[in-house]
Design a protein around this ligand. Structure first.
Ligand SMILES: Cc1cc2nc3c(=O)[nH]c(=O)nc-3n(C[C@H](O)[C@H](O)[C@H](O)COP(=O)(O)OP(=O)(O)OC[C@H]3O[C@@H](n4cnc5c(N)ncnc54)[C@H](O)[C@@H]3O)c2cc1C
Length: 482
């Protein structure tokens, strides 16, 4: 349904995590606000979020967690090779704890705060997941009479004398267009992970990348902003979600809860390339972005398991805590069932052979036998003198049958394309704001990262989504008052 009015103080494009935080803030500040959402449901990728970043939150104070903010800033700037904007990152860090507190005041519940792999202890886990958080914010906004127009897609920003004057929107059910009058637009469309052409601008490896998002993050915000005169800012970072099962036949979400995927990508067992050579310390998966980058340095990647590994994971337990999977069981008790199921279905990503030599021949991996021999000698010596993997993950591959699982790389989100200032105003090529145009969430999060996502600061995109949505609306409120 088209919006009820023809004119609003503010139009928020996207009812995901950043758009919803903005909507509640708009209600707090009595802005006559419309939220348009091109999908039929609210929340965007916010629905899948585990937790949000915060520093100095009420929960951290309760847990006695203190973080030196200057040290954190320096660390993240180094991690980004100084491609992140220091002032913007600083503003996020300074405001992230208060933003968690604000979310809590709105009724959003958190179950814990802590680390994710080797990271700063900044991730605040949402009770009930991101889905519960977005529902809480949505209800809060609806109760405050914020209008939501569903299945309405933003198409073009309208400008008059360089100022935002309105937005052209399309009804997704009827295809009809309508213009809405407004002086303020907040782009909160979730980045570009679902737009293969834009992803290709960032990386040539896109055929081995699988978006694990909801399919709606198609880069609409950045493309509308570019047309309106925004700078084509660095295309930004893709959040590689580490290794993923390389399956061209089924959508990536079918593997999200898969124990085979967890074994092949999370357990730090042997990975080899298209020649069957080992190429990395597999416990690189402590940082899912680094793991993704490492996999993409090779033409193909296979995770190699033997029957001993499968039996151990099924019956005894994990070698390594599963850091990046929606399922984190103690044992992979469905692993054998999944292997049999996928072999019976002739899934191309899974190959089984009685011996290493047979596996090598089936997959054309000429160096595999030599690699396994070398790997087993490292295991015997309990020292990975080749790549430095932690010795606790050096487990032998000696007992047939053997299995190879081909890996691609999952992508959770893609950030960037738009440059914003510290007030989340969108900037043109000269660094000046396009009056009335704002961006938040993944659309603006390229400001915080370099060539890869800041997974060392866990929860940072969700933390940024809520902070930046609020920040933009607080700026609009301030401008209106002055
Ligand atoms: C599986 C998964 C897990 C994740 N886990 C975490 C996590 O634990 N911590 C973390 O920090 N981050 C996580 N993320 C990243 C996550 O993307 C963000 O933190 C957060 O959702 C970003 O908020 P957003 O508002 O920018 O985008 P979204 O929440 O995706 O919302 C964007 C909305 O805009 C709408 N939209 C797009 N184009 C238009 C248009 N033209 N007109 C109208 N509406 C439009 C979309 O339909 C969508 O509803 C995860 C992502 C995925 C996919």
């Amino acid at each position: 349904m088209f919006p009820k009015q023809t004119k609003y103080d503010l139009v928020i494009v996207g009812a995901g995590l950043s758009g919803l935080a903005a909507a509640v803030t708009a209600a707090e500040n009595s802005l006559d606000t419309l939220v348009i959402e091109k999908g039929r449901s609210i929340g965007g990728d916010g629905n899948y979020v585990e937790g949000a970043m915060g520093v100095d939150s009420y929960l951290q104070k309760q847990a006695g967690i203190t973080i030196d903010k200057t040290e954190l800033l320096q660390d993240e700037l180094n991690y980004s090779h100084y491609e992140a904007s220091a002032p913007h990152l600083k503003k996020l860090i300074d405001n992230s704890g208060p933003t968690i507190d604000w979310l809590h005041e709105q009724g959003v519940e958190f179950s814990k705060v802590g680390v994710q792999g080797k990271s700063w202890p900044t991730i605040h886990t949402f009770t009930g997941g991101g889905h519960a958080a977005v529902q809480t914010l949505y209800q809060k906004a609806v109760d405050a009479n914020i209008e939501f127009a569903m299945s309405i897609k933003a198409d073009q920003i309208l400008q008059k004398n360089g100022h935002v004057a309105g937005l052209s929107v399309q009804n997704q059910a009827t295809g009809q267009f309508r213009d809405i009058e407004t002086a303020n637009i907040l782009l909160a469309t979730g980045g570009y992970v679902d737009n293969p052409e834009l992803v290709k601008l960032r990386t040539p490896f896109s055929d081995r990348l699988f978006a694990v998002s909801d399919g709606k993050s198609t880069g609409d915000g950045m493309q509308m902003a570019w047309k309106a005169g925004a700078e084509h800012y660095q295309i930004g970072a893709i959040q590689y979600g580490g290794g993923a099962i390389y399956d061209k036949q089924n959508p990536p979400f079918t593997h999200m809860a898969s124990q085979l995927a967890a074994a092949a990508t999370q357990e730090a067992i042997l990975w080899v390339n298209e020649r069957g050579e080992r190429f990395v310390n597999e416990d690189v998966n402590d940082n899912m972005c680094h793991a993704g980058s490492a996999i993409l340095t090779q033409s193909r990647t296979f995770s190699i398991l033997d029957q001993g590994t499968v039996d151990h994971l099924t019956n005894q337990g994990l070698y390594k805590e599963i850091g990046n999977s929606p399922v984190s069981p103690d044992k992979l008790d469905q692993l054998k069932v999944e292997i049999d199921r996928d072999l019976n279905a002739h899934r191309k990503y899974l190959t089984k052979a009685d011996t290493v030599e047979q596996l090598a021949e089936m997959l054309n991996l000429p160096d595999l036998a030599e690699t396994v021999q070398r790997y087993n000698s490292l295991v015997n010596n309990q020292a990975d003198t080749d790549f430095g993997k932690d010795k606790q993950y050096l487990t032998p591959l000696k007992q047939g049958p053997y299995y190879a699982v081909e890996l691609g790389v999952g992508m959770a989100c893609a950030l960037g394309g738009i440059r914003v200032n510290n007030d989340n105003e969108v900037l043109n090529d000269h660094g000046y704001p396009l009056t009335g145009l704002y961006a938040a969430g993944n659309d603006a999060a390229g400001m915080l990262v370099g060539d890869t996502y800041a997974v060392t600061l866990p929860g940072s995109t969700a933390g940024y989504a809520t902070f930046s949505g609020r920040n933009a609306v607080l700026t609009i409120t301030k401008r209106r008052g002055s």
